[in-house]
Structures are given as structure tokens and as C-alpha cells.
Design a protein around this ligand. Structure first.
Ligand SMILES: Cc1cc2nc3c(=O)[nH]c(=O)nc-3n(C[C@H](O)[C@H](O)[C@H](O)COP(=O)(O)OP(=O)(O)OC[C@H]3O[C@@H](n4cnc5c(N)ncnc54)[C@H](O)[C@@H]3O)c2cc1C
Length: 285
């Protein structure tokens, strides 16, 4: 994988696809990442009847049309979750899966917040709570950790198991495919809270029981915004942007449901286009 691009786009829903198409239309290079493209809102829309110029159709069909056009323009969707966006000498490094990718400007198009954070999750961020085994795993060598896996790719959990003494695994039962290392222990209960005062001390289960751990890793495809890009302004769940889709972090733009209501395909597509054009002009191109 090449690791230098003009624009980096996080999320391949309507906003991210529109932004990526626009960058390619301007003949610039784009890195488009989506860890779980099947999880975007559009696939869940049974029918979209209000997209101008197209007949009513299921969200999955509309997405197929978007994808055909985007692929035709030469865009690749990298199936990677972006775990961090780091400013670096006027440009940015994206932690995408296990790789670092360098881009001149960033468009965030990660959709509406998918889930409420667990009690303790945000407070203990960086104090035992992590979203990236390849970044933070070595800090937990020989220790007990919990891992929450929403997708099917166990890659990060297996890496954790190489380092940690024990990995308590929280994942749907049909996601468990033995054989796996003996220090991975699937827990058939849901995780309710992360406990600890200064740093992670345990995880609380639905039964009320607490498992002592020093780290908790969430591999759920989506991260709290504060983790992904520190320094963004937010209003409730939405990332604040101006009319140019610029966030409070220079060079970082946002588009689509991430910027708040109304959650609509047409709005996401339009904002994606504006964000891409503004990201290109930020780079002086
Ligand atoms: C049931 C339902 C019905 C709907 N009906 C309609 C309708 O009739 N008309 C209408 O206009 N709108 C409708 N919508 C809303 C519409 O689907 C959304 O407004 C639109 O999909 C938002 O696009 P988006 O690109 O902002 O986000 P999304 O489509 O949610 O895409 C975001 C993408 O970002 C990815 N992502 C998140 N975090 C990361 C990360 N850290 N790294 C990499 N990738 C990441 C996700 O995997 C996801 O694929 C409906 C939505 C739902 C759920």
C-alpha cells in the first residue's frame, strides 16, 4: 500500500464516497478507509425515496450505485479502521489498521455516533482503555486485559494474546472460532462498565461480577471522536463545522451525519463534496 496521499477520508458512507469521488474528479490522490463498510447507515435504510433524481430504492441498491461511480473514478476503499489522526508538520499521519498513512488534509465522514460509551470508557481513555492493539498492546505485556470485538476479524485480539497473560474476550458467540490460543477466554456475558479510579482496574459484567484487568481494548470499528482526533469542538454528539465543513482543527474537515441532524443521504453527499473541495484548497491546490 502506498502511504502518501493528497487527502485522507475516514468512512465510506455517502459523505465519504462523495468526498472521495470529488478528490478523484479533481485528479488528486485519495486514501479512503472504512473498517466496517457494511455498518454504515445507508445499508440499513429499507427504502430511500427522497434522493433527488433517482427512483425509490433500498439503501443497499443506492449504495451500489454510489460505489459503481466511485470505483469507476479509481477510488479504492481500504478496509481499515482509522484509530488516530495526528498532525505532523502541516500535514497528517493516519493510524489505519497497523499502518501509518500520510495525507495533506483529512475529511472525517464516520457517520452518527453508533453507541453510547460505557461508564468509565472515556474517563479512562489512555489510562488502560485503548482502541488499538498495535499501538498500545506492548504496554500490557504479561497483564490481564479485556477485549471487545464487534467485527469478525480477530487479528488484533490474537496479537494481544501474544503479549498479555490473559485476554477476556467479549464477542457474539457466532464470532468465536476455536482453536485459538489458550490464554483467550471468551466471556458469555456483556461488559457493562470499565472500573478504576486513576487507571483501569477491572470490567464489570452484566451479572454484577467484576473481572480484574489492567487494560480494555475496544475493536468495535468506531471510536469516540476525542480519541480519533483530539481538539475537535463538539455540540452534543455532533462535530462542529463551519459552512466550509472545517472543524476546529486546521486541515481537518467533517461531513455527513457526524456533523449532526438532519441525518439524510442528500445532505451527506453535499457536505462530502464541500469538505473535499475545501480540503483540496486547504492544501493550496
Ligand atoms: C434505518 C434508516 C433509514 C434511513 N432512511 C433514510 C431515507 O429514507 N432518506 C435519507 O436521506 N436518509 C435516510 N437515512 C439516513 C442516511 O442513511 C444517513 O444520513 C447517511 O447514510 C449518512 O451518511 P454518512 O456517510 O454520514 O455516514 P454512514 O452512512 O453512517 O457511514 C459512515 C461510515 O464510516 C465508517 N467508520 C466509522 N468510524 C470509522 C473509523 N474510525 N475508521 C474507518 N471507518 C469508520 C463506518 O463503518 C461507516 O461505514 C436512514 C438511516 C437509517 C439508519
Amino acid at each position: 500500500m502506498d502511504n502518501h496521499y493528497d487527502i485522507g477520508i475516514v468512512g465510506a458512507g455517502p459523505a465519504g464516497l462523495s468526498a472521495a469521488f470529488t478528490v478523484r474528479w479533481r485528479n488528486r490522490s485519495v486514501f479512503l478507509a472504512d473498517g466496517r463498510p457494511e455498518m454504515g447507515s445507508l445499508q440499513r435504510a429499507p427504502h430511500v425515496s427522497n434522493y433527488l433524481g433517482l427512483p425509490p430504492m433500498p439503501g443497499t441498491k443506492l449504495r451500489e450505485r454510489f460505489l459503481a461511480q466511485v470505483w469507476d473514478a479509481g477510488v479504492t476503499i481500504h478496509r481499515l479502521t482509522v484509530k488516530g489522526v495526528y498532525p505532523e508538520n502541516g500535514s497528517f499521519a493516519l493510524q489505519a489498521g497497523d499502518d501509518l498513512v500520510y495525507v495533506g488534509a483529512v475529511v472525517l465522514a464516520t457517520g452518527a455516533p453508533p453507541r453510547d460509551l460505557l461508564p468509565g470508557e472515556e474517563r479512562l481513555l489512555g489510562a488502560g482503555v485503548s482502541y488499538c492493539a498495535s499501538c498500545d498492546g506492548p504496554l500490557f505485556k504479561g497483564k490481564r486485559v479485556a477485549a471487545v470485538l464487534a467485527g469478525e476479524d480477530p487479528h488484533e485480539v490474537l496479537y494481544l494474546a501474544e503479549l498479555a497473560e490473559r485476554v477476556y474476550l467479549f464477542t457474539p458467540p457466532d464470532n468465536i472460532h476455536p482453536p485459538f490460543p489458550s490464554n483467550i477466554e471468551p466471556i458469555p456475558e456483556s461488559l457493562q462498565a470499565v472500573t478504576g479510579s486513576e487507571h483501569v482496574e477491572g470490567v464489570q459484567l452484566a451479572s454484577g461480577k467484576t473481572l480484574p484487568v489492567e487494560g480494555v481494548f475496544f475493536f468495535t470499528g468506531r471510536l469516540p471522536m476525542a480519541q480519533l482526533v483530539p481538539g475537535l469542538d463538539t455540540a452534543g454528539d455532533a462535530v462542529e463545522v463551519n459552512l466550509r465543513m472545517a472543524t476546529a482543527v486546521p486541515g481537518v474537515f467533517a461531513a455527513g451525519d457526524i456533523t449532526g441532524h438532519p441525518y439524510q443521504v442528500a445532505r451527506s453527499v453535499g457536505q462530502g463534496q464541500v469538505a473535499a473541495l475545501e480540503a483540496l484548497s486547504y492544501m493550496g491546490r
